[in-house]
Ligand binder design. Structure first.
Ligand SMILES: *Cc1c(COP(=O)(O)O)cnc(C)c1O
Length: 353
């Protein structure tokens, strides 16, 4: 494999940006002018191409359709008041991407392809990163198996791509959840820690059932006993009991979120007692009954921090108290201040484009 990967850039003739209505975007529906594509073939990564966003041609036998080797990342670029653009902890995403790749028997993507490609692509479509409250550019690196043929074996060809979509504050409205007592999203020894597309596919049906009951998300519990909280939908979970904050320890069933890590660090910076330990359903039901359960929130790149307003577990229902100065809002503001270059970056999380 060569160490330097030349990036070939083919620019659009005319940008779509003038025709884009940034005030009426649907999350994840609008894409910027360019995308990145790099193919792995004959045991090595070929040249990196940045080209106009558009369809890719694949045959029906393309392996990803049959055996689901597909992984992705979710990251964001932010613009500050002076027009500078920043990524947030992008190396963490690159490392996780390769951990996912390894688990799905896919080739790892070298740092210079992932990081340099990403930076070049964001720099090229810089105008699509809008400055303003909650605005960002959502970055979606992903990889699929692209060999043709239906033999059940790892592919001999893969496509690594990055597409980008202008984003605004993601979740709207109140979020109430059902704590899973039947379904699971991940199991011991499985792929829960990987950002595998199939994890999402497996979560849609239980999530639809929750929606039918008037809830928005499922809180996943451990597959073996359904007694311990694991994740909040597609986010990591935090629970505040009294003045202490708890989050499930990451293991092979739980995705180790970049936002989760950042929230833990910021809670410490704010003098909040925070612990990574198992949280049982019983414990939060008891804390709900005695009034010490103060907050539950999810953390993830798309929505940053999402407070959960209420939950249901079997026949037990509970509405969380409305707090004026919640940890969720404090930590969310602190995190956004770093992302938008409004606060000192003590931990070196921002990467300027
Ligand atoms: C992506 C994801 C998260 C959040 O990870 P971040 O790095 O914070 O965006 C949490 N749980 C699951 C299942 C995810 O797929």
């Amino acid at each position: 494999m060569t160490n330097t990967h030349a990036i070939v850039i083919d620019k659009v003739k005319e940008s779509k940006i003038a025709k884009t209505d940034f005030d009426n975007l649907t999350f994840g529906k609008t894409f910027t002018d360019h995308m990145l594509e790099c193919t792995w073939r004959d045991g090595e990564w070929q040249s990196v191409e940045i080209k106009p966003y558009g369809p890719i041609e694949v045959e029906p036998s393309c392996k990803v359709f049959h055996y689901g080797q597909a992984i992705f990342e979710g990251m964001k670029a932010f613009k500050d008041a002076t027009g500078d653009v920043f990524l947030f902890r992008p190396e963490d995403n690159w490392q996780r991407f390769n951990a996912s790749a390894k688990r799905l028997a896919m080739p790892e993507v070298p740092e210079e392809i992932f990081m340099e490609g990403l930076k070049k692509l964001v720099a090229l479509d810089k105008d699509w990163v809008r400055y303003g409250e909650g605005l960002s550019l959502y970055l979606r690196p992903f990889m699929i198996s692209s060999e043709n043929g239906v033999a059940a074996a790892p592919s001999t060809e893969y496509k690594f791509m990055i597409i980008m979509s202008p984003a605004f504050a993601y979740y709207k409205g109140d979020v109430r959840v059902i704590i899973a007592s039947e379904f699971s999203r991940a199991a011991d020894g499985g792929v829960g820690y990987a950002k595998a597309a199939g994890n999402y596919a497996a979560s849609f049906y239980p999530n639809n059932l929750a929606i039918q009951e008037g809830y928005q998300q499922v809180i996943w519990t451990d597959a073996a006993s359904h007694e311990y909280l694991e994740e909040a939908g597609t986010m990591n979970i935090f629970v505040r009991i009294g003045d202490s904050l708890f989050t499930a320890p990451h293991n092979d069933r739980i995705l180790n979120g970049v936002t989760r890590r950042s929230v833990i660090q910021m809670a410490k910076d704010h003098g909040i007692h925070v612990e990574e330990r198992r949280i049982s359903v019983n414990e939060i039901r008891e804390a709900a009954k005695d009034g010490s359960l103060k907050e539950i929130f999810g953390s993830g790149t798309a929505a940053v921090i999402v407070p959960i307003k209420g939950f249901k577990h079997k026949d037990f229902k509970y509405e969380l108290p409305q707090l004026d100065d919640s940890y969720a809002s404090r930590l969310k503001e602190a995190l956004k201040d770093i992302q938008y270059n409004r606060a000192e970056d003590k931990h070196g999380w921002r990467v300027k484009i």
